[in-house]
Write a protein that binds this ligand. Structure first.
Ligand code: FMN
Length: 317
């Protein structure tokens, strides 16, 4: 997830278990081909994240093929194409979900990439561009024919953005129709929902926002699948996760840290995660405000420690 699932975050989630595959934030094919530092940074990963899929976006078949070769050269296990991003900045460049509006062109992107690399090429799409054009079943079949090794479908249209619900009936239909593996995505916030969605006949479930709220959701789902009670996550666990995330980010290099201090970059990262991580927590909005107003790493660490690891005892009446 763009802006969220950096290598540090992915490593921490993976360490908790239950995660079969991680995907990078989407990376610009243009930036990869031009060798832009910040783009290359988004594609960075560590060995402990394997198997790793690097997701790229773009609309030009030749550039996407060249970018796929760069991704292969970086040692990725899979190269994934973003056909789902509805953000105008991406979609207007004939990339992201606008590829769904031109299925033949989208298939030609996959075809150019599969010819250029020997690692699997996969595609991530939405249900369609809008309600009048829910063409994921057609496009998925076309990308399969073009050589894609798997597809993932977020069951909302681009027009829906994140409103309404993901259409898992459509996801299940695709899983039934295609020969290649189909992964489903959308609205798994509780581990039970992941287990339930696995029954749609998909090869796997991609969990987005649920992991940002609860990085243990995948290991809890794995517990359920194995017939165990899902592990209990304590306040202390939640606090330690954020502190470890800070420590890992401090060890990263960041091109963005050129325009701000490294500390400020880490604080911004924690603010971004904090907006999801605090959802549904008791007093979560207070924590979110406190994280957003922390002006130094020391203050940020103290805020997290006070909230999760050293909660004040309830007043005696
Ligand atoms: C902040 C954010 C960033 C995202 N970035 C990407 C991305 O870079 N590539 C992608 O394929 N999907 C991206 N998505 C979509 C998710 O992968 C997922 O398909 C969608 O959020 C629905 O699943 P969920 O309900 O489990 O979050 C992003 C979603 C969010 C909320």
């Amino acid at each position: 997830m763009a802006g969220m699932t950096d290598t540090a975050f992915r490593r921490l989630v993976k360490r908790h278990g239950g995660c079969g595959l991680v995907v990078t934030e989407m990376v610009s094919s243009e930036g990869l081909v031009r060798g832009i530092d910040r783009t290359l940074e988004y594609a960075e990963y560590t060995e402990e994240e394997r198997p790793i899929s690097i997701q790229i976006f773009g609309g030009d078949p030749e550039k996407m093929a060249a970018a796929a070769q760069i991704v292969e050269g970086m040692g990725a296990d899979i190269v994934d194409v973003n056909m789902g991003c509805p953000v105008p900045k991406i979609a207007k460049h004939n990339a992201g979900c606008s590829l769904m509006r031109e299925p033949a062109h989208a298939a030609s992107v996959i075809s150019a990439m599969t010819k250029a690399v020997s690692i699997p090429v996969t595609a991530k799409m939405r249900a369609g561009w809008n309600d009048d054009d829910r063409n994921a079943p057609t496009l998925a079949r076309m990308v399969e024919d073009a050589g894609a090794a798997a597809v993932a479908v977020h069951g909302r249209t681009a027009a829906q953005s994140y409103t309404g619900f993901a259409d898992w009936v459509l996801v299940a239909r695709l899983a039934d129709d295609l020969t290649i593996p189909v992964f489903g995505s959308g609205d798994c916030i509780e581990p039970e929902q992941i287990v339930d969605r696995m029954r749609a006949g998909v090869e796997g479930v991609l969990v987005g926002r649920g992991v940002l709220r609860n990085p243990w959701i995948l290991s809890q789902a794995a517990d359920l699948i194995d017939g165990r009670t899902p592990r209990v996550v304590t306040q202390e666990d939640r606090g330690r996760f954020l502190l470890e995330y800070i420590d890992l980010l401090m060890q990263e290099r960041s091109d963005e840290a050129r325009v701000m201090t490294h500390d400020k970059w880490v604080i911004n990262k924690l603010r971004a995660l904090g907006s999801w991580y605090t959802k549904g927590l008791e007093n979560g909005s207070h924590l979110r405000t406190a994280i957003n107003s922390a002006s130094s790493l020391l203050e940020l660490r103290e805020t997290i420690t006070a909230f999760f690891l050293a909660p004040q005892p309830a007043p005696v009446r």
